[in-house]
Design a protein around this ligand. Structure first.
Ligand SMILES: [Zn+2]
Length: 391
């Protein structure tokens, strides 16, 4: 009993007392704040919470007229105008804020950042760029760089995009994939202007940044092919197998034409068949089918797709088998087969498109840069597949 710490008996009420005092101070503070806010403020807040932006703006404009000193309210209004697409009003509000002399440095930078976002949304990239560049050494540096990166990508100013991404890289995001892709964009531009040398330099830089960059190998192969070095082109394209095997599908047609150019038609076909057997998910079934049909005839093509379906049953595989079967089937079966084929085509239409694994945007053509969400390398190179990892 003698070990009982009696001092607790005294300390407890003191602690309770302190808690009570703290709570009172807090409540007092809240009450004084509340009294200083016009009731309409809460009305506006209520509109906002209910998603009624228009009504909220009306209420806040009214308050701002009578309480010109409320900086935060001007920020809120500017934000709301921008969200509503009233960019001119948003710009005016943020410019008015910037012109105030009573702003702290942080408030000033915040207004500058908001104004830059207005300009961006209005498509006035030059003006946004200069405001964002001014924010480089402030608290808003990181956010400003991130917006600048978006600007440069939108303007396709890839060199500036590389510079800013390099400044932004840290442990949480290395920007390797993005920078490699920016170099690929520059390489494509140079190649399109018949400047293979700078194109090659950019592709080397892309691979130095990201060794797994399949697009760089694809372009290196194209440049080799254009220079008449068909063997090199084939070698480069085949190296994609060790980078991102499913991306081989993106060069499959080019590979076949390269083999054809060397007079090695059969070798090209064999290669593709071997790859498909080894990697059943490789999106080249249509191509191999088309190829076999042209080179070996319908029976061989039919046989191949049937074997393929047995080994790896998929809906597109089944559709292909039906398509082949229709060609060899006796006339009396054709009517039913055609109906089944039509229904199957209808049911698997979604599987003929590429999907962005980030935003779900679907497209007939393959994109390295999603036109909807602007992310890089988000499309699995397999039609119908929605995630980069799994089928
Ligand atoms: Zn997307």
């Amino acid at each position: 009993m003698s070990d009982f710490p009696y001092w607790w008996l005294i300390a407890l009420p003191v602690f309770f007392g302190l808690g009570w005092l703290a709570a009172r101070i807090d409540i007092k503070h809240v009450l004084s704040e509340t009294r200083s806010l016009p009731a309409a403020y809460f009305k506006g807040l209520n509109f906002l919470l209910n998603g009624q932006t228009n009504q909220a703006v009306d209420v806040y404009v009214d308050i701002a007229r009578h309480h010109a000193e409320t900086v935060d309210l001007q920020f809120t209004l500017g934000h709301l105008f921008r969200r509503r697409g009233e960019l001119e009003r948003a710009i005016r509000m943020h410019q008015k804020l910037l012109a105030r002399r009573d702003l702290t440095d942080t408030q000033k930078q915040s207004a500058q950042f908001e104004l830059a976002k207005d300009f961006l949304k209005a498509g006035l990239f030059d003006r946004a760029e200069s405001l964002l560049t001014e924010l480089q050494n402030t608290e808003y540096a990181r956010q400003a760089r991130s917006e600048l990166l978006a600007v440069y990508q939108q303007e396709k100013d890839w060199q500036k995009a590389i510079d800013i991404a390099q400044q932004m890289r840290d442990e949480s995001h290395s920007y390797q994939h993005e920078i490699a892709q920016f170099h690929c964009e520059l390489a494509e531009q140079a190649f399109a202007r018949s400047l293979p040398e700078p194109a090659l330099e950019h592709l080397e830089a892309a691979l130095a940044e990201n060794r797994q960059c399949a697009r760089a190998k694809l372009l290196l192969g194209e440049i080799a092919q254009a220079a008449g070095k068909v063997d090199d082109a084939i070698r480069l394209w085949l190296e994609i197998e060790s980078q991102d095997v499913l991306a081989l599908a993106l060069v499959a047609r080019k590979l076949l034409s390269a083999y054809d150019a060397l007079g090695k038609n059969e070798e090209g076909t064999q290669l593709l068949m071997r790859l498909l057997q080894q990697y059943p998910e490789l999106d080249v079934l249509d191509l191999v089918y088309e190829r076999l049909m042209a080179q070996r005839g319908m029976d061989a093509a039919y046989e191949f797709v049937r074997e393929q379906l047995k080994a790896h049953p998929t809906m597109p595989g089944l559709r292909k088998v039906l398509e082949a079967h229709l060609l060899v089937a006796p006339d009396e079966q054709k009517y039913e087969l055609e109906i089944i084929g039509k229904l199957l085509t209808e049911a698997t239409r979604e599987q003929t498109l590429y999907y962005c694994s980030t935003c779900g945007f679907k497209a007939r053509q393959y994109f390295w840069h999603c036109p909807a969400c602007s992310e890089w390398e988000t499309y699995p190179p397999v039609r119908g597949r929605k995630n980069r990892g799994a089928a």
